[in-house]
Design a protein around this ligand. Structure first.
Ligand code: NAP
Length: 499
């Protein structure tokens, strides 16, 4: 078996759902097209509804036609797909799944390598893991890997309970907790930019960096996920996982080796160094918002409280801004500001590293200030890096003017980078867990978030709704930086395309 083309039998729980259709089938197809999938592979889809093999094949075909485009080789690819109707709440039904995957394993000479992808609501994670174990679906001779979607728990206690249950069936090394941000090209690039360039690492500390800003903004509202979102909110949905993962990558020490264990352990150290936010500090360091009606992308849109399945008096936040402090030698005194929210001005995920001002301004009038140097990492939708510098204004005099050095991922290879899910599936196939969250990371993130989530649940926010759809969030989020003498760098001005 080639290390880069591992054979495997992939079982997808929730194969009729949105995630499977929008992300998983197209990702598996891309791997197939790129010869990253060993021809000895099979995919078994399961869900409750009854589907014939032909109906399932049509569903997979449609998913690929919709999300990839017209393709020629679909028949060969689709012939590897099988479907079995199964209610995961009933452990006995796993026996029929076992006989199907045992047969397919033999038929395709897969060698016992199994991936179980839980693309289902989190309340089923425990029972599926337990039934897989009890009914002997784990193979005795190949690898067994369990991929779990977010959310991993609702707080530390529930995440621990879930983890304890799953660990009775799967070892930590067999568990792949998805954080799809970790599969994004430019999130992975943070590490390379930092550790492969001599010019950044010496400056990457509190002597030269004044603050770091991480923004992940969406223009969409809650859409049809009102029921889920009401029980979650932006803090749990975005901050506990994606935002803290980006902070950890930005702040970690260089690992001694680029392997899963070393990288994860450096990220864990950052999460351990996060200054806990409790009591009165919560209101000083974290701001919550909820969108009101407004105009988004030139269309009038309704308030969060008017969305389907949302309480008309909802206390759920659709926006979070926070100031995080990392208490270690490298970062003492440097605020990491994060903000994320729905119905904001632009869809954009960006990191802005703001360097400290030079000690003296020689080039502008005394009342003017030179622009600080910024390193901007564009995560999505554009992918790239911009370095903001000052240079001489063309002409007679020695005046300074801001300039930007720009790298756009799209313009170099002329194509979009692979979807996060495609990369993560391939990582899992190869047994590389680096870009999945280890339990220690999940546990520390919940420990950090829990006091804030609890305080927000217990106190109703009287100002909700407190930001207009189409804006960049509540006024208090601006004041959060104002009082430290900083401001949010606008997401639009920093676009790669505009540079
Ligand atoms: P979904 O569209 O609601 O799909 C749920 C799937 O579970 C369906 O295939 C459903 O099929 C099946 N199902 C429900 N109850 C079942 C049962 N008792 N036994 C067997 N199958 C059952 O959900 P989704 O959007 O795909 O999300 C799946 C997971 O991914 C969730 O944890 C979600 O938080 C996470 N996630 C999703 C996205 C996304 O883009 N959709 C993004 C990030 C994370 P039947 O009704 O036929 O049983």
């Amino acid at each position: 078996m080639s290390e880069n083309q591992p054979s495997a039998l992939i079982t997808i729980f929730g194969a009729t759902g949105d995630l499977a259709n929008r992300k998983l089938f197209p990702s598996i197809y891309h791997l197939f097209k790129k010869d990253r999938l060993n021809p000895k592979f099979a995919v078994v889809g399961t869900a409750r509804r009854e589907l014939s093999t032909e109906e399932f094949h049509n569903q997979v075909k449609e998913s690929i036609l919709d999300h990839v485009g017209p393709e020629e080789e679909l028949d060969e690819f689709i012939s590897h797909f099988y479907y079995i109707s199964l209610d995961v709440a009933n452990t006995d039904e796993f026996s029929k799944l076992k006989s199907l995957i045992d047969q397919l394993d033999e038929h395709y000479h897969i060698g016992g390598n199994r991936i179980f992808y839980l693309a289902m609501a989190p309340q089923f994670f425990e029972t599926i893991a337990e039934s897989l174990y009890k009914k002997n679906l784990k193979s005795a001779f190949g690898f067994n890997r369990l991929i779990i979607e977010k959310p991993f728990g609702h707080d530390f206690a529930s995440a621990k309970e879930l983890n304890d249950h799953i660990r009775q069936a799967f070892d930590e090394e067999e568990i792949y907790r998805i954080d799809h941000y970790l599969g994004k090209e430019m999130v992975q690039n943070i590490e390379v930019i930092r550790f492969a360039n001599a010019i950044f690492e010496p400056l990457w500390n509190n002597r030269f960096i004044s603050n770091i800003q991480v923004t992940s903004s969406e223009t969409l509202g809650v859409e049809d996920r009102g029921r889920y979102y009401e029980g979650s909110g932006a803090l749990r949905d975005m901050v506990q996982n994606h935002m803290l993962q980006m902070v950890a990558l930005l702040a970690m020490e260089p690992p001694i080796r680029l392997n899963t264990h070393e990288i994860r352990s450096e990220k864990v150290k950052v999460l351990r160094a996060l200054r806990p936010i409790t009591g009165n500090e919560i209101a000083k360091s974290f701001i919550r918002g909820q969108y009101d009606a407004g105009v988004s992308k030139e269309k009038a849109v309704i308030a969060y409280r008017e969305e389907d399945h949302v309480d008309p008096n909802s206390n759920t936040e659709t926006f979070v801004a926070g100031k995080l402090m990392i208490d270690n030698f490298r970062w003492a005194g440097v605020p990491f500001y994060i903000r994320t929210g729905k119905r904001l001005t632009e869809k954009s995920t960006k990191i802005v590293v703001q360097f400290k001002d030079i000690p003296m301004n020689l080039y502008l009038k005394t009342e003017e200030t030179l622009n600080p140097n910024l390193l901007v990492i564009h995560i999505q939708p554009e992918e790239g890096i911009t370095l903001h510098l000052n240079a001489k204004k063309a002409g007679q005099f020695m005046d300074a003017t801001p300039i930007k050095l720009n790298f756009s991922n799209k313009s170099t290879d002329g194509m979009n980078t692979p979807e996060a899910y495609e990369k993560l599936l391939y990582d899992c196939l190869r047994g590389d867990a680096t870009n999945f969250a280890h339990w220690d990371e999940v546990a520390l993130s919940w420990t950090y978030i829990d006091p804030i989530a609890k305080a927000w649940e217990e106190t109703k926010e009287p100002s909700f709704p407190n930001y207009q759809s189409g804006s960049m969030g509540p006024k208090k989020a601006i004041e959060l930086l104002d009082k430290d003498g900083f401001h949010w760098w606008p997401v639009t001005d920093l676009d790669v395309e505009n540079c």
